[in-house]
Unconditional design. Structure first.
Length: 136
């Protein structure tokens, strides 16, 4: 959530995203967004599993990252597990900087922007490790 707030429903559960929050949804998660206000700005980033490589997963596992568990469960497709994570990152300037870089690359459409965005996505995922507050 770049600015303002967004009321959402994920798997039947009401959820409010505030500025700086990141919502990670697994494939198959039921998701709806209520109308945003004129001062709200929400950005969706969609990426394929192919953007997540084995080396990154190994690093996440070593750091005991909540993301490693999430990605592992999503590959197993256990219906008993929650298929979304919310990261409350409003106070983390590094996450905001990474998100701004991704958005800049996307809109500037420079040569190699796709490659740069993929690299930033890996940096983002790596930084959403055990140090951040996460809500499941």
């Amino acid at each position: 959530m770049l600015k303002g707030r967004a009321e959402q429903v994920v798997n039947g559960k009401a959820l409010t995203l505030n500025k700086g929050d990141l919502l990670l949804l697994d494939v198959g998660a039921e998701h709806s967004i209520k109308s945003l206000g004129k001062n709200d700005l929400l950005v969706n980033i969609l990426f394929r599993n192919s953007n997540i490589n084995i080396d990154l997963l190994k690093d996440l596992r070593r750091s005991r990252s909540v993301l490693y568990d999430f990605l592992l469960r999503s590959s197993v497709k256990s219906s008993q597990q929650q298929n979304f994570l919310v990261f409350r990152t409003a106070k983390n300037k590094k996450i905001a900087q990474i998100m701004n870089e991704i958005i800049d690359e996307y809109f500037l459409k420079r040569e190699f922007s796709d490659t740069v965005i993929k690299a930033y996505l890996q940096v983002l995922i790596t930084n959403l490790g055990p140090r951040l507050s996460c809500f499941r």
